[in-house]
Design a protein around this ligand. Structure first.
Ligand code: ZN
Length: 200
């Protein structure tokens, strides 16, 4: 099976080391848990798949969801408490397969990021433009955060709209990257520049 390995930080070929089927109990569909071993670094990976099939079509397994390890969603410890809380909730929603709720919480995290930087325009779209105007985010990060805003809007406002697992995962990872940039690398780079200027 091809799966994302947290240790290798990329998609890898993983071999099956064991499996467990939780059979249909009349309510929950049957689930298949597969214990995998990354063929590159030997790390264990446990995935869950839900059976979307039926009597006529037979078994049909959905995209594997990584149950273990959960460490791929690390919350930046330098981010302020309320932003960490919002992002942690987005991660919790994702792990529970509540993808639409996860996207909404990512949007809320980005809103918190603007507020934290003293940017409170009439809506998030205007705030992000202001963040860019003030040089807090560059063109690329503006594009990312604006895309997250749109996914979050769709998730929040269309009752018939649901966000799929791949979009939810990207939304989380882009949000995480924005937190890393604003609360870790940006400050560190400023310090780095000062240090270099002092030495010159
Ligand atoms: Zn690996």
């Amino acid at each position: 099976m091809i799966i994302h390995c947290t240790e290798c930080r990329q998609y890898v070929e993983a071999s099956e080391a064991g499996n467990y089927w939780r059979h249909f109990d009349g309510r929950e569909p049957s689930c298949r848990y597969t214990l995998l071993a990354c063929t590159a670094c030997q790390s264990p990976i446990l995935v869950r798949q839900t059976n979307l099939g039926n009597m006529a079509e037979g078994d049909k397994w959905d995209t594997p969801f990584v149950v273990f390890p959960q460490g791929d969603l690390r919350v930046n410890p330098n981010a302020p408490k309320n932003i960490r809380a919002a992002f942690e909730e987005a991660c919790t929603c994702y792990r529970s397969q509540a993808y639409t709720a996860s996207a909404i919480m990512c949007r809320k995290t980005i809103e918190g990021v603007c507020t934290e930087h003293g940017v409170t325009e009439r809506n998030l779209s205007a705030s992000l433009k202001q963040m860019k105007a003030e040089g807090l985010i560059d063109e690329r990060l503006f594009e990312w955060s604006d895309a997250l805003r749109i996914v979050g809007n769709e998730a929040a406002h269309g009752v018939g709209v649901s966000i799929g697992q791949p979009d939810a995962k990207d939304t989380l990872e882009f949000t995480n990257a924005i937190l890393d940039y604003l609360f870790s690398y940006r400050d560190r780079f400023e310090q780095f520049k000062k240090r270099r200027a002092g030495e010159a």
